[in-house]
Design a protein around this ligand. Structure first.
Ligand code: NAD
Length: 481
């Protein structure tokens, strides 16, 4: 792959950058360069925000359209994305190491499903309602678009997480400036091509790849009305401080350290539950915010659970991301692998026992590979139980009784995802309701576009997806009649 771009997609046109600085994305499986794109600077952000502002402020433009008309454009965009599905999967998996089989599902079909879901909501949702006033008369409640949105996305699911913002923002009538992460820029250009081909009006979607300083500049830009951010908790805190000072609405989807609670009646046969366990604990090489990386196991069956997770980790083919058989690809960057190696060293030093993995796989000398790794006998107070490792590393923690499991699950700074594994779904749901987290699954986990997704505590503020995700891009106005 050698893809070279020398413009930004701003105001519906391909615009020359303000500097000659470039970003060179690198293949995580081979360490070879994949092409180059311009690196956005402050002047490029100014141009993109100005284009988004013009598109939003146009009195007969996008924001003023009937929602159903916007929905038509969104559906065309979904079609254009689907036409490019193989390209999206190939680019994402080359850049961040996501196994291509995962990328095909979650970085192509899933984003266009989210877009179609919000197109449907734009057609059906009430943008205006009139209700009887308690004090006489009536009140017209209008849901206006919040304005120009700064959307900042990470590299782990660049298309899905961008679409969590683009789709509800477009449905609401907002315009956007999207800042992809420097690690994943080539897929952003494919998205720009799809936006152009779909006939999205000029300035509704603008894309400027750049690093964190320019991201911070975008967040504080005077012409931005709302910030939507997915990324690490430290970056989220910095963005929240800026938005607090500016009184600017912000949605933050941050890190996680979720609990996978295995109840004492759980099925542990991997032929039955292996795919679900993989998807909720090790998906995307462990570089997924919602994963249940703290596995809580009943002491009475602790050995069986350790054996099951060890067998699961050992069953996963590790290899180049482009190989359709690969289940665990490389980590996204050299820095990410160093982070994971350092966390594993800290885990070993804490006295936890490595049952499988723990190092670089043999025979894969190029690329940032790391073996799927299971730690047993982990103390919930230790580093590997408290901090997000963001690699294929699981920490197995024993518990004594359901109350103890719930206590350990809730003893975390985070609260984003989680799962409960049980032969009795009713019992599982009862346990799930006691876990303080934004989302949780019983015997499965997948963020469903129809339901709000997001976290509590250090996992973030606000929600994406579902009708709640649309409301995050709207401002209500009450007119007393
Ligand atoms: P990161 O915070 O370093 O970067 C994310 C994005 O924010 C990038 O585009 C980066 O350039 C930009 N950025 C960083 N600091 C910024 C600042 N101060 N102002 C403006 N922009 C800034 O995160 P990452 O390493 O790319 O992604 C991994 C993290 O994202 C993990 O912690 C993971 O849990 C989290 N994540 C959360 C969710 C979720 O929905 N909750 C989903 C995926 C990833």
């Amino acid at each position: 792959m050698d893809l070279r771009y020398d413009t930004f997609f701003i105001g519906g046109a391909w615009v020359r950058p303000s500097t000659d600085r470039v970003i060179v994305p690198v293949d995580a499986s081979t360490e070879e360069p994949l092409g180059s794109v311009p690196e956005g600077a402050e002047a490029d952000v100014d141009a993109a925000v100005a284009a988004a502002r013009r598109a939003f402020d146009d009195a007969t433009g996008w924001a003023a359209w009937e929602p159903a008309r916007r929905a038509g454009v969104m559906e065309r965009l979904a079609e254009e994305i689907d036409l490019r599905a193989d390209g999206f999967a190939a680019r994402v998996s080359a850049q961040n190491g996501m196994p291509v089989a995962v990328a095909r599902q979650l970085e192509t079909g899933y984003p266009s499903a989210v877009l179609r879901y919000y197109a449907g909501l734009a057609r059906e949702a009430a943008f205006v309602d009139t209700r009887p006033g308690l004090l006489g008369g009536s009140v017209e409640v209008r849901r206006h678009p919040v304005g120009v949105v700064a959307a900042i996305v990470p590299w782990n699911f660049p298309q899905a997480l961008a679409m969590f913002k683009i789709a509800p923002a477009m449905a609401a009538g907002c315009t956007l400036v999207i800042k992809p992460s420097p690690e994943t820029v080539l897929d952003a250009y494919l998205l720009a091509e799809a936006v152009e081909a779909a006939g999205v009006p000029a300035g509704v979607v603008n894309i400027v790849p750049a690093g964190r300083e320019v991201g911070a500049y975008l967040v504080a830009h005077p012409s931005v009305d709302k910030v939507a951010f997915t990324g690490s908790t430290p970056a989220g805190r910095a963005i929240a401080e800026t938005c607090g000072r500016l009184l600017r609405p912000v949605t933050l989807e941050l890190g996680g350290k979720s609990a996978a609670i295995v109840l004492d009646d759980a099925e542990l046969d991997l032929t039955a539950i292996g795919a679900g366990l993989f998807g909720s604990t090790l998906l995307n090489n462990g570089q997924t915010c919602f994963l249940g990386t703290r596995v809580l196991a009943p002491r009475s069956r602790y050995g069986e659970v350790v054996d099951a997770f060890t067998a699961l980790a050992e069953s996963l083919p590790v290899g180049p991301a482009a190989d359709p058989e690969t289940r665990i690809g490389p980590l996204a960057t050299a820095r990410q692998r160093e982070r994971v190696e350092s966390a594993v060293a800290t885990g070993r030093a804490s006295g936890a026992r490595v049952t499988t993995g723990g190092g670089r796989p043999k025979g894969l000398d190029r690329g940032w590979f790391f073996e799927p790794t299971v730690f047993a006998d982990v103390d919930n107070g230790s580093f590997i139980a408290r901090e997000e490792v963001f690699g294929p590393v699981l920490s197995l923690i024993p518990y004594d009784g359901v109350d103890d499991a719930v206590r350990i699950a809730n003893d975390s700074d985070f609260g984003l995802g989680g799962t409960v594994w049980t032969a009795d779904p009713e019992r599982g749901a009862a346990v799930a309701r006691r876990v303080r987290t934004g989302t949780i699954g019983v015997n499965r986990y997948i963020p469903d576009p129809a339901a709000p997704f997001g976290g509590v505590k250090s996992s973030g503020l606000g929600r994406e997806l579902g009708p709640e995700g649309l409301a995050a891009y709207q401002e209500t106005q009450s007119i007393y009649l």
